[in-house]
Design a protein around this ligand. Structure first.
Ligand SMILES: [Fe+2]
Ligand SMILES: [Fe+2]
Length: 490
């Protein structure tokens, strides 16, 4: 009996699963795939061609060439896989950027042989990649670039190469966490200084003695020029990062914070034309931020995403209850549930249009359709049923897709709980608030909206606690302080 129940449950689950749009993998066009493939082949050729320059060519040279070619090609594939794992929404342009930087380093090294230090070749690309695509992708890039370093073993400076690797790894880790352009500038000064000191200690002592001044200056002249070159290239990189952001659609922390500025025209418009939606957005930002902090998600991403999630309501602000200050409800006037459901869906479609117009990055745009997922517009569906209209439940569901990340899933839950928490009685207990939150969240779970988000049961528990904490803060703000006579409001 138990087995039959389990099988039935599985069948119902897979049937329900088919009702929702599948998790969208990153779509890469055939042309882009071809470009990426050709770039990988080019990198493999550049890494291995030197084995074919020996004359006469021995069979061992051909074997070495083949092995190096395959090693370079596979390492490019691993780099692409790591970047896709860290950034599921990575675009083909961004993959092309990572691979092109790898090729650029190889080509620069071959063109300038030993005149350019590996420091200047590893560190600036590591900064761009860590800022735009995260520390893990950047660390993977540094490892692959060092593995495919086109340099013969005879004239290889291991100490300098090691210092360059350490600096690049340091920049990769810090670059993924830096949140402002000012911190980037500090990094562009501190890293060259650190590299200078390390080179001085390791290489300077090796090649020249402090007692022999002439030799010391000659040896360290190279160190000084390498450091200066690194500092200049890093400064130029920082200067061009906004250009990389717009060309390759990179989403750096600094860009996220800039987009979260409430003086941005679109957000300003929202506050003026749809003040109710703006207030709803601010409260959702608080709920979502607290929950994301609890589960260790990307706080900057969700704060910015939450700010833009309902911008589509600008197309018809008074059709949404939060903007109706007691005036007539247009939905009641038209008395057409199908038309009303179209207006609700339009806040997603129009939101996407505003996002395109304002060149919002893809990870922010994703919050617009995913916060509604494929939720049912229950009120209008029941109204249509009452009118005996020829409709199905799917006609009254948002088009989706359902949340594809933890952050968009949290926003969906915050969106659902916001109105209920706001409407709760000031004297309601914590248990009552938690019950309300749990009811809304489990209804979303049962509806299959959280299936693609990878939120675990533990994380959902933490999200509920976070929402409760925010509710406690809201209640605290709403409690009137007793004012004594002759209060000076000091
Ligand atoms: Fe919405
Ligand atoms: Fe909303």
């Amino acid at each position: 009996m138990k087995n039959i129940t389990t099988t039935l449950k599985k069948l119902i689950y897979s049937w329900k699963r088919n009702q929702y749009p599948k998790k969208q993998p990153t779509k890469i066009s055939k042309v882009d795939n071809l470009v990426i493939f050709l770039l990988c082949i080019l990198i493999s050729i550049v890494s291995s061609y030197k084995f074919l320059l020996f004359s006469p060519i021995q069979s061992s040279d051909i074997v070495s060439w083949f092995l190096t070619f395959v090693k370079a090609f596979i390492s490019c594939g691993i780099l692409i896989l790591v970047s896709k794992k860290e950034n599921p929404t990575i675009t083909s342009r961004q993959i092309i950027l990572i691979i092109s930087l790898l090729l650029l380093v190889q080509a620069t090294k071959i063109t300038f042989t030993s005149t350019i230090s590996p420091l200047s070749m590893f560190v600036p690309p590591a900064l761009i990649i860590s800022q735009g695509m995260g520390s893990i992708t950047s660390l993977a890039w540094v490892s692959i670039a060092s593995l495919n370093w086109p340099e013969s073993v005879n004239n290889f400076d291991y100490s300098l190469f090691f210092i360059a690797l350490i600096c690049a790894c340091f920049v990769s880790v810090l670059g993924g966490r830096i949140r402002s352009r000012a911190q980037l500038l500090q990094l562009s000064i501190l890293v060259p200084l650190g590299a200078l000191l390390t080179q001085w200690i390791i290489i300077g002592n090796e090649k020249g003695s402090f007692i022999d001044n002439q030799q010391f200056v000659i040896t360290n002249g190279r160190i000084f020029s390498d450091t200066l070159l690194l500092a200049i290239i890093m400064l130029f990189t920082i200067l061009f990062i906004p250009l990389f952001e717009s060309i390759f659609g990179l989403l750096t922390k600094a860009r996220l914070l800039e987009l979260a500025d409430k003086e941005k025209p679109l957000i300003r418009r929202l506050s003026l034309e749809a003040p109710g939606t703006f207030e709803h957005t601010l409260l959702i930002c608080g709920l979502a931020e607290e929950a994301t902090r609890m589960i260790g998600g990307d706080i900057d991403l969700i704060k910015t995403g939450a700010l833009y999630h309902d911008v589509g309501k600008l197309h018809a602000p008074n059709w949404f209850i939060e903007n109706q200050d007691g005036s007539k409800n247009p939905h009641d006037e038209i008395d057409d549930p199908i038309r009303s459901s179209e207006v609700l869906q339009a806040h997603v479609d129009e939101g996407l249009r505003y996002a395109r117009k304002n060149r919002l990055p893809k990870p922010i745009t994703n919050f617009i359709p995913e916060h509604q997922g494929t939720l049912k517009m229950g009120y209008f569906f029941h109204k249509a049923k009452e009118k005996n209209l020829d409709i199905t439940e799917n006609d009254f569901r948002y088009k989706g897709p359902i949340p594809q990340s933890k952050e968009t899933a949290i926003l969906m839950l915050a969106d659902g709980c916001e109105a209920a928490l706001r409407a709760m009685n000031i004297n309601a207990s914590d248990i009552e608030a938690l019950e309300t939150i749990s009811k809304i969240i489990s209804s979303r779970q049962k509806d299959g909206q959280l299936k693609d988000s990878d939120l675990s049961k533990g994380e959902i528990f933490l999200i509920k606690r976070a929402f409760l904490n925010v509710w406690k803060r809201i209640r605290h703000r709403r409690i009137q302080y007793p004012t004594a006579k002759n209060n000076t409001f000091s």
